[in-house]
Design a protein around this ligand. Structure first.
Ligand SMILES: C[S@@+](CC[C@H](N)C(=O)[O-])C[C@H]1O[C@@H](n2cnc3c(N)ncnc32)[C@H](O)[C@@H]1O
Length: 326
C-alpha cells in the first residue's frame, strides 16, 4: 500500500511533538485536539493560527472529524483503579483512552500510535495496562507495545515511555509482526545545550543562595566541591531530589514541574532553558527558536516535559509505514 498520502489527527496534542515526528515522515496532519490553552498557544506558534482545535476529545463527535488514517495521542496517565473494579462502562467513561477508542470506532480508523508514561506498565499491579489492551482488542485492533528510551532514538535525554502501535485487525498481515526501531547512537549533549540567553547561574542571582543551601543540606554536605563541579564542561546537575544527581553525556527525564536542571558551560552553571528543553525533545532548532522570547521559559519547560520526543515518534512511525508498505 502507498504510504505517501497518509493523513493523521493529533489528539492530546500538547505542543505537537508527535505531529512533528509524523510530518518528518511525509504524513499530513488534518486536525488537532487539545484542552490546555497554554499548550495551544505554543502549538500555534509552531503550526500557525488558522487550524481548528477540536478541543476536548471526550466531546468530539467523530462525524465532525475529517477522515484520517492514523491517530497519534500521548494520552494522560489517569487513575485506572476505578476501572479495576469493573462496574461497567459507566464507571470509566471519563477516561481519555475511552474517548480515543470511541473516535477509533467512529472513524473505522486503520492505525494508531499511542504513548504514555512507563509507570503505566505496573500501574495498579499491571491492571490498567491489561484493561487498555483488552479494550483496544475489543475495539478491533492488534496492538504491539514496548517501553523505549529516547536516549536510544536521537536525543541525549533519559526518557522511558510506553508506546502502543495499533493495526486494525483486517489490515494485519499474516506471519508479520510489527518491528520496533533499532536503537541508534546517542548524540552528544553539547549539541543540545546551546542557548545563548542570559541563563548563567551564580552569586548575582538570589536563587543561587537556595542552591548553595541545597548543596549543603544533610544529603549533600561534604560531597560536592563547587569548584570541581565547575571544571567539568557539560556536567548536568539535577536538583529535583533532596540529593543532587549528576549526569554526564545526557540529561534526566524532562518533566512538567521540574525546572531544577543545571549544567556547566564555560566554567559556569547555567539553567536549562526552554529552547534547550525543546531541542532535547527532538524539536528542530528553527522551530524551537520560534517559541523563544514569545512563550515564557517556565511554560516551555513544562510543555517540553509533557511532550513526546519527536525523533522517537519518527522512528516508531517509520516502522509502521514499513509495515503498511510491505
Ligand atoms: C502527556 S501530554 C501529551 C503532549 C503531546 N503529546 C506533546 O507531544 O506535546 C497530554 C496532553 O493531553 C491533553 N489532554 C488531556 N485531556 C484531554 C482531552 N480530554 N482532550 C484533549 N486534550 C486533552 C493535556 O492538556 C496535555 O497537553
Amino acid at each position: 500500500m502507498e504510504t505517501d498520502n497518509l493523513k493523521f489527527v493529533d489528539f492530546c496534542a500538547g505542543i505537537g511533538a508527535g505531529r512533528l515526528g509524523l510530518q518528518k515522515l511525509g504524513l499530513s496532519c488534518l486536525a488537532f485536539s487539545e484542552i490546555d490553552k497554554y499548550a495551544e498557544t505554543t502549538y500555534r506558534e509552531f503550526f500557525g493560527q488558522e487550524e481548528k482545535n477540536h478541543g476536548d476529545l471526550m466531546k468530539i463527535d467523530p462525524k465532525n472529524l475529517p477522515d484520517f488514517d492514523l491517530m497519534i495521542a500521548g494520552f494522560p496517565c489517569q487513575t485506572f483503579s476505578v476501572i479495576g473494579q469493573r462496574k461497567g462502562m459507566g464507571d470509566h467513561r471519563g477516561q481519555v483512552i475511552y474517548g480515543l477508542i470511541k473516535i477509533m470506532k467512529g472513524k473505522n480508523l486503520p492505525y494508531f500510535i499511542l504513548e504514555n508514561v512507563k509507570g503505566l506498565v505496573n500501574h495498579d499491579g499491571g491492571n490498567s495496562l491489561k484493561i487498555i489492551l483488552e479494550e483496544l482488542d475489543k475495539a478491533g485492533y492488534k496492538v504491539f507495545y514496548k517501553v523505549l528510551s529516547s536516549l536510544d532514538y536521537g536525543v541525549p535525554q533519559m526518557r522511558e515511555r510506553i508506546y502502543f502501535v495499533g493495526i486494525r485487525k483486517d489490515l494485519v498481515k499474516e506471519n508479520k509482526n510489527f518491528e520496533w526501531p533499532k536503537p541508534v547512537k546517542t548524540p552528544k549533549v553539547e549539541y543540545f545545550l546551546i542557548d545563548d540567553g542570559e541563563l548563567e547561574f551564580d552569586e548575582r542571582k538570589k536563587s543561587y543562595e537556595t542552591f548553595l543551601k541545597f548543596i549543603n543540606n544533610k544529603y549533600n554536605k561534604g560531597q560536592f566541591d563547587i569548584k570541581e563541579l565547575l571544571k567539568q564542561e557539560y556536567l548536568v546537575l539535577d536538583t529535583r531530589q533532596s540529593d543532587l544527581r549528576l549526569y554526564r553525556g545526557k540529561v534526566p527525564t524532562l518533566r512538567t514541574g521540574r525546572h531544577g536542571v543545571l549544567y556547566v558551560r564555560n566554567g559556569k552553571f547555567r539553567k536549562l532553558s526552554g529552547l534547550e528543553s525543546l531541542l532535547l525533545q527532538g524539536f528542530p532548532k528553527e522551530l524551537a527558536e520560534k517559541a523563544k522570547g514569545k512563550i515564557a521559559d517556565i511554560n516551555l519547560l513544562s510543555q517540553a516535559g509533557n511532550a513526546m520526543t519527536v525523533s522517537t515518534i519518527e522512528a516508531v512511525g517509520k516502522r509502521l509505514l514499513e509495515y503498511i508498505k510491505e
